[in-house]
Design a protein around this ligand. Structure first.
Ligand code: ATR
Length: 280
C-alpha cells in the first residue's frame, strides 16, 4: 500500500486554522488518498520548510500569516490573480517546482454566487483595504462589477488598492456624507476590516447602514462571531446578509482542486463541511 500524499497549512501561529478540518473532511467525503496536516513554521523558517517540502515531504500546502506576500515572490510559477494580489495562499509542488495561487479571490466570488448574487454590472462598496479586502476587491473587479468604492481608515492604503483597477475603483472616506451618498446607490456592501471581529472592537456607529437600499446584500468577511453587529443591524433593516464562512469554505474547495487536479462540485462537499464546523 502506498502512503497517502501529504498536504498541510503553514503559518505562525497556525494552530487555530480550520484548514486541516476542512480539507480532511473533503478528502474523506471524496475518498481521496491524501492527509492534511497543521505545520507551524516560524517567520524566518520558510526556506527550511520549502527545502523539506521539495525533498518529498509535501505535494502542496496552504499558507496563512505571515507568508502570503513572501510566497508571491518565491514560487517558481505565479498565477496572474495571485500576482495582482501579491498574495499566495495555495502552493502546489510538481516536478520540483512551486506553483502559487490565490483562492481567496475566486472563493469570495463563488460564495457570492452561492448566495444568489451575481456581481457582474453591480455597484459595490468595500470597507477596508487590508489583505482580506484586497482579495475581495480584485475578485469583484475581475467578476465585472460596474463600480467599487473603497473606504479605508488610512486613505493612502485605500488609494493604493483602488489604483489596481482605476477604471472601476474609486475611494471615499470611511465615514461621512460621501459614504452615505455612495451607499445609497449600492447593490453590495462588504466589510473587509477587522472591526467587529471577536476581541477587535466594534463600529462606533452603524447608522450608515440606513443609507443602503433595502435589497442590497450586506456581507461581513468575519465569521467569529458568526453574526457581527454589522450583520445583525443589516438583518434588522431587512437586508439579505452573508458572513465570512462561505468564503472560508469556497477558498478551501478551490485549493483542494489545485492540489488534486479533481473538479469538486461545491454541493458535493458543502453539507459535510458545514456539519464538521458545527461540531468542531
Ligand atoms: P486582514 O489581513 O485580515 O485583512 P489587515 O491587512 O491588517 O488584516 O487589514 C485590516 C483592515 O481593517 C485595514 O483595512 C484596517 O484599516 P487601516 O488600513 O487603516 O489600518 C482596518 N481596520 C482595523 N481596525 C480598524 C478600525 N478600528 N477602524 C477602521 N478600520 C480598521
Amino acid at each position: 500500500m502506498t502512503a497517502a500524499k501529504k498536504l498541510c497549512v503553514i503559518g505562525w501561529p497556525v494552530e487555530h486554522s480550520k484548514s486541516p478540518l476542512l480539507h480532511n473532511t473533503m478528502l474523506g467525503v471524496l475518498g481521496l488518498d491524501y492527509e492534511y496536516l497543521c505545520q507551524p513554521v516560524p517567520p524566518d523558517g520558510l526556506e527550511d520548510f520549502l527545502a523539506a517540502a521539495l525533498a518529498g515531504g509535501y505535494v502542496g500546502f496552504n499558507a496563512t500569516m505571515p507568508f502570503k506576500t513572501q510566497l508571491a515572490h518565491r514560487v517558481d510559477v505565479l498565477d496572474p490573480l495571485a500576482r495582482k494580489l501579491e498574495a499566495v495562499n495555495t502552493v502546489c509542488i510538481q516536478n520540483g517546482k512551486l506553483y502559487g495561487y490565490n483562492t481567496d479571490c475566486p472563493g469570495f466570488i463563488a460564495a457570492l454566487r452561492g448566495a444568489g448574487f451575481d456581481p457582474s454590472g453591480k455597484k459595490a462598496v468595500l470597507l477596508g483595504a487590508g489583505g482580506a479586502a484586497r482579495a475581495v476587491a480584485v475578485g469583484l473587479c475581475e467578476a465585472g462589477v460596474k463600480s467599487l468604492t473603497v473606504c479605508n481608515r488610512t486613505p493612502e492604503k485605500g488609494a493604493a488598492l483602488a489604483a489596481l483597477y482605476p477604471d472601476i475603483m474609486s475611494t471615499s472616506p470611511l465615514m461621512g456624507p460621501q459614504l452615505l451618498d455612495t451607499l445609497s446607490e449600492a447593490d453590495l456592501l462588504v466589510n473587509g476590516t477587522s472591526v467587529g471581529m471577536a476581541g477587535q472592537g466594534e463600529w462606533p456607529d452603524l447608522d450608515f447602514l440606513a443609507a443602503l437600499p433595502r435589497d442590497a446584500l450586506a456581507v461581513d468577511l468575519i465569521y467569529h462571531p458568526d453574526r457581527t453587529q454589522l450583520l445583525a443591524r443589516a438583518q434588522a433593516l431587512g437586508h439579505p446578509t452573508m458572513n465570512g464562512l462561505p468564503l472560508l469554505l469556497h477558498q478551501a474547495i478551490l485549493a483542494l482542486e489545485h492540489f488534486t487536479g479533481a473538479a469538486i462540485p461545491p454541493e458535493a462537499v458543502l453539507p459535510a463541511l458545514e456539519r464538521a464546523l458545527q461540531v468542531s
